[in-house]
Design a binder for this molecule. Sequence first.
Ligand SMILES: [Zn+2]
Length: 89
Amino acid sequence: MVNKCANPECRKTLRYLRDGIVYLFSSRKDSEIGSNVPNSMEHFWLCGVCAQKWILKTDSKNGVQLIPKPRRKTHVPATEANAVFPYSR
Ligand SMILES: [Zn+2]
């Protein structure tokens, strides 16, 4: 299990899982698909501050990568976002 933020510039210690985002990635490489290598999963954690600026992505060549989070052009107020799920109230 992870205990540090996945951002190498941050490395904040994980204390509360509700702070930030936990990612679950397969650690199996493309070359291992179809072989007997077990498909183990790896956890990565971004702290709350980093999760606002970064996301984690994985690809078979480079493994897990930290990439800037795409910015939304228009800010959607929380009340409008809630309106998408009218049955949640
Ligand atoms: Zn962080």
